[in-house]
Design a protein around this ligand. Structure first.
Ligand SMILES: *Cc1c(COP(=O)(O)O)cnc(C)c1O
Length: 349
């Protein structure tokens, strides 16, 4: 991860908010936060206060930025613990201001602007007036301004215009010097576009070793490998069904290895019948029939050396997770965040 972080820093030319929402994309929130704490990251970006608490409970002191909206009943804790919300409305700004006033403090907040994502932030109408209103709130410091890219990995023209638009909005609000932090780019945004005039980037996926844009994958290092072991190897005769629905039936005597991993671990069931492969002893083998909850069958015919107990990589350093996602018809983010708590996380430096 540290190598990927260094690449994000170099490509963006900015300080970083490391996105660790959804349990650090399934990698384990506490362990990732602890590992990156010493890396001089400006913020950890989390989805909600539950994740913010977990970072603090892990003893990590890095500043925390809340990427989503907040509930009214959570805000006193946010103020008390100096977490940084992004604001989408004057109502929530007013509430934060009152709470901060009661606690005799000034809360640092960011102004979120909707330049195309349609999920949160102020819609860019009357923004100068909005900022003027916010500046009247004496217990808030408008420390930053941010927006989000909906299609940096799909629509280059739109994304370029979004960068221009965000820049124009900042100019309209008084120029870059008004905001200590200016941020727009996710992984695809920082890899594929020139956003150095922002001074903070928010990479998620690329920190976990996957590039959302073609052309950068070679520079990143794999972080997560999903591994299991062969629990059983048998030879089935021709005409024998394998797994639920009997969608696969052997055409010849087939040496079938049963692997102790399934969709109950988060390995996507949707790869069933799509030609997905696994990695055993240095080569690929095809999955047979449907992935079940706890077990998956693999054709190891012709490889007599393969035996019970052998390690099986479902994806990772030898078999790209992007391939599994493509076969399942889902995105890599979904594969990572889908790995369930049952899977033991082991960490290596
Ligand atoms: C999740 C998220 C990111 C990170 O996106 P990646 O594509 O994983 O790099 C950045 N910014 C915001 C607002 C997000 O919600």
């Amino acid at each position: 991860m540290r190598g990927n972080l260094a690449i994000a820093r170099k490509k963006s030319g900015c300080d970083l908010m490391a996105i660790v929402k959804a349990g650090a994309y399934g990698h384990g929130l506490e362990d990732v936060a602890r590992a990156l704490e010493s890396e001089k990251i400006a913020f950890f970006g989390v989805a909600n206060v539950g994740e913010a608490r977990r970072i603090r409970d892990a003893g990590v002191a890095t500043r925390i930025y809340l990427l989503g909206a907040t509930w009214a009943e959570e805000r006193a804790e946010i103020v008390a613990r100096d977490w940084t919300p992004c604001l989408s409305s004057l109502e929530e700004a007013g509430h934060f201001d009152r709470l901060a006033g009661e606690m005799n403090k000034v809360l640092r907040v960011h102004l979120s602007i909707d330049t195309g994502m349609g999920r949160g932030g102020f819609v860019p109408e009357h923004l100068p007036e909005t900022l003027a209103e916010l500046k009247k709130l004496k217990h808030l410091e408008i420390e930053g301004v941010g927006s989000h890219l909906p299609s940096a990995d799909e629509d280059e023209d739109f994304t370029k215009r979004q960068f221009d638009r965000f820049r124009a909005i900042i100019a309209e609000l008084g120029g870059p010097e008004v905001f200590r932090w200016r941020h727009l780019a996710n992984s695809a945004g920082l890899l594929g576009y020139d956003g150095k005039w922002c001074n903070l980037a928010r990479p998620g996926l690329m920190l976990y070793g996957v590039s959302p844009l073609p052309g950068f994958q070679d520079e990143l290092s794999t972080v997560m490998s999903l591994k299991s072991r062969i629990t059983l190897v048998r030879t089935l005769p021709a005409g024998h069904g394998v797994s639920y629905g009997r969608q696969f039936v052997t055409q010849r005597p087939t040496r079938v290895a049963t692997v102790g991993v399934g969709y109950g671990d988060g390995y996507p069931r949707a790869v069933s019948g799509a030609g997905a492969e696994v990695w055993i002893r240095g080569r690929r083998f095809p999955i047979l029939g449907r992935v079940t909850m706890d077990q998956t069958m693999v054709d190891v015919t012709g490889c007599e050396e393969i035996e019970e107990g052998d390690e099986v990589e479902m994806f990772g350093a030898n078999l790209p997770v992007s391939e599994v996602a493509a076969k399942a018809g889902i995105i890599v983010w979904e594969v990572f965040t889908g790995i369930t708590p049952r899977v033991k996380r082991c960490y290596f430096e």
